[in-house]
Design a protein around this ligand. Structure first.
Ligand SMILES: N[C@@H](CCC(=O)N[C@@H](CS)C(=O)NCC(=O)O)C(=O)O
Length: 76
């Protein structure tokens, strides 16, 4: 989201403690990342989150996101 320069709220989830109930409503397995789009919709899975953001904001640099994902997945 930072790549888009759009207003957003980033909440860090402490993975070393039990997830709060409000987060389990968003991400039932308690995994990160999760992108809450509105009151009804959530995007889970980092690849889907990146794709969703890039589709909405093509001016953001999709290649940067793709490179980051490939790096995380060890796909260089
Ligand atoms: N395939 C998922 C993996 C998500 C995932 O496993 N995230 C880790 C952090 S990098 C996590 O939430 N670990 C805590 C847990 O599984 O409880 C994705 O790409 O979003």
């Amino acid at each position: 989201m930072a790549e888009t320069n759009q207003a957003h709220e980033e909440i860090q989830i402490d993975l070393n403690t039990p997830r709060p109930d409000w987060y389990l409503h968003i991400s039932p397995f308690g995994r990160v990342p999760a992108l809450k789009v509105n009151d009804h919709d959530v995007v889970l899975e980092s690849l889907f989150v990146a794709e969703f953001i890039c589709d909405l904001h093509p001016e953001a640099n999709p290649l940067t996101a793709e490179r980051q994902i490939r790096s995380v997945l060890g796909m260089h």
